[in-house]
Design a protein around this ligand. Sequence first.
Ligand code: ADP
Ligand code: MG
Length: 324
Amino acid sequence: MADTATDKAEQAEDKRLVQTNPDYDPSVIVETQNLSKVYRDFWGRQKVRALKALDLEVRKGEIFGLLGPNGSGKSTTIKLLLGLLFPTSGRALVFGQDASETTKNERIGYLPEESYLYKFLTAEETLDFYGRLFDMPAKLRKERSDMLIEQVGLTRSKRRQLKEYSKGMTRRIGLAQALINDPDLILLDEPTSGLDPMGTREMKDMILDLKAQKKTVIMCSHLLADVQDVCDRIAILHQGDLKELGAVNDLLQVSDETSIRAKGLPQSAQQEIEEVIRKHGGEVLTVENPRTTLEELFLNIVRESEQRPGRRAISEQDAENGEN
Ligand SMILES: Nc1ncnc2c1ncn2[C@@H]1O[C@H](COP(=O)(O)OP(=O)(O)O)[C@@H](O)[C@H]1O
Ligand SMILES: [Mg+2]
């Protein structure tokens, strides 16, 4: 569905960025180097070390998940990427530009943790308002807004004021607002917060839709299943430290265990394993490494972190990738 006009505009923008910065690699959308944030109190005293030396790379077309308990530094990371906060040390690059460069935000969509939308506007008026902020012409605003309202399933409620919206509807209009400028990078802060299982599933499907449109998504969540279902790669944060980084599939693989799934095997032969399956004329369907759940992995990491605070060695595979 991504029309060629937007593709062309994107290519032109990438070309311009390469010209201004020869090191710019268009396949790396976000890069953080040693990114750290200390919140200080009114007198400038250190209050909270919210993020400690984060090194990350998010590539084009990925759905990247930031996972961690409350207060682990997820929202801080997102705000640093948007340039809403300045790092205490290190830096964040988005589209190869420093995150403090606000012009890059024209290519970013942002769904904040708390809704900040005007309660007395309708869905249509809300999207029109944000379209104006991006200087979109009236015709385009109308087209994008109709399309997005349809996409997030609010067609029937589009003329109602947001103050009448349920939590789920508010989250949907928030997502539509984040997409009004047809962004290349979408930052979603707890996109499923407060949604029921149905609403959660629909939100996840909408996020997968964005991937199908070749968008890059960074979402943060403390909800494990959400991240497991939609993300390609995840970073697990705890008290501002990066604890784990890798592809969801690799992280959940238990390599020292093997499961055998068999079909057509007589009940009596079940204990005699693979050899016996063949001997009995059964069919070995799959022989693979079973997976743990993200929940187990996450709880182990948090428990371990409580005993040994600080940075944890990241999985071998990602460390190798990082070196290349
Ligand atoms: N504006 C702020 N001033 C002081 N401390 C803050 C501020 N915002 C966040 N923090 C603290 O920084 C830490 C990380 O917060 P945050 O990034 O919001 O975590 P998360 O989104 O993972 O729940 C927490 O300890 C939080 O209390
Ligand atoms: Mg948060």
